[in-house]
Design a protein around this ligand. Structure first.
Ligand code: DHB
Length: 372
């Protein structure tokens, strides 16, 4: 966005190009994110290869129920396109324009974020160097130096951790469904997603301390069959191309700005993966930040920069609530004396699938609420 407006900028990437282009992440893109990528001119492959979905299935008690997202939201949809493919497209666009994108270059420390010329100390293949600039966008994830670079006395945070994790696989198997299946079962949650007409993406709820070595491909398929079981429906297996475990956490730190340091994406907030809001929230933050930087640099108007944190946090908290709600509706609680949580979940699911207004609430959050 800055490149398109002729504003000099440097991107520091701690990892190698190969690493970031192959890291498997979620792949559910909200319409607002698609529109943003279109604005940047990096939507060509996404339009060609992305799978547009107008609904999802909620499966519980061994039966499926369709939520018609498009009908409930005036025609809005989501697109299935892997985050790692967006990363490839953004890198290609950046390299084509020639702006600096330094791989294997780690940001080590921030300096003078209260002053006119904040600094980043970084280490790349040629050793350490200082980068002086006008503004720093810390898009460096939960474990980066951006958030710890905020004054500790000003930064607040709150969060929640869940007693489960997700085990995800990428399988060379045609998807066994046209739309995503979010499945509640007494054995735990399962999600059937996809990447293409030939590749399925599947997830299983596992214990938070589960080890990938304990989950053979055969055990994963057996568990998927048991959880997703429905009369007249079967799951197609195929070679497992990739597998990994994702922790589940909710977290928000605020404010998202101090002085000339701006936090974006996972540097400031984490959602559990259910509903795939992480990438979409990050894209929203950088869109808001990009517009604010342009207003400041091109028109001398800092009001959007001043509003950045509050503007982002409205949507962040909406997504926090939705992700928590989806997660706790669908995952088996390991401690559930008398089965109270399980009964509440089934009551919520039955309500969402029988009341149009309850379904609409799910649908509008799922496709993404833009302005709150
Ligand atoms: C995917 C991941 C999610 O967390 C989700 O809710 C839907 C889809 C995915 O990776 O395809």
């Amino acid at each position: 966005m800055l490149d398109l407006h002729g504003i000099d900028n440097v991107v520091l990437e701690a990892r190698s190009r190969d690493y970031v282009e192959h890291r498997q992440r979620a792949g559910l893109i909200e319409q607002a994110t698609v529109n943003f990528l279109a604005e940047l001119g990096v939507d060509e492959r996404l339009r060609r290869e992305g799978l547009v979905h107008g609904g999802i299935e909620l499966r519980f008690d061994g039966r499926g129920h369709r939520i018609a997202m498009d009908e409930l939201t005036g025609g809005r949809t989501v697109t299935i396109y892997a985050q790692t493919e967006i990363v490839k497209d953004l890198i290609a666009a950046r390299l084509q324009r020639g702006g600096p994108l330094l791989f294997d270059t780690e940001a080590l420390a921030l300096g003078d974020i209260d002053g006119e010329r904040p600094r980043v100390r970084a280490c790349g293949s040629e050793g350490e160097f200082d980068l002086e600039c006008e503004l720093i966008a810390a898009c460096d994830g939960f474990h980066g130096i951006g958030r710890p670079g905020m004054p500790p006395a000003l930064l607040r945070s709150a969060g929640h951790s869940y007693p489960y994790a997700w085990l995800g696989i990428l399988a060379e198997a045609p998807p066994s469904c046209d739309e995503l299946i979010y499945c509640h079962s007494d054995r735990g949650f399962a999600l059937h997603s996809m990447r293409s007409p030939e590749v399925s993406r599947l997830y299983l709820q596992v214990a938070p301390d589960a080890r990938i070595e304990d989950w053979s491909d055969q055990r994963i398929w057996e568990e998927l069959h048991l959880r997703l079981a429905q009369d007249g429906w079967s799951l197609t297996e195929g070679p497992v191309l990739e597998k990994g475990i994702t922790p589940m956490r909710s977290f928000v730190a605020w404010p998202m700005r101090h002085g000339r340091l701006f936090l974006a994406g996972d540097a400031a907030h984490i959602v559990p993966p259910t509903g795939a809001k992480g990438l979409n929230l990050a894209a929203w933050d950088v869109h808001i930040l990009g517009e604010a930087i342009l207003a400041s640099f091109e028109q001398g108007n800092d009001s959007l920069l001043d509003a950045y944190s509050d503007t982002c946090l409205c949507r962040v908290w909406r997504a926090q609530d939705f992700s928590y709600w989806m997660t706790t509706m669908l995952h088996a609680e390991p401690e559930d004396p008398g089965g109270y949580s399980r009964r509440l979940q089934l009551a919520r699911l039955a309500y969402v699938c029988s009341s149009e207004s309850a379904a609409r609430s799910l649908a509008e959050n799922y496709v993404g609420i833009e302005r709150i």
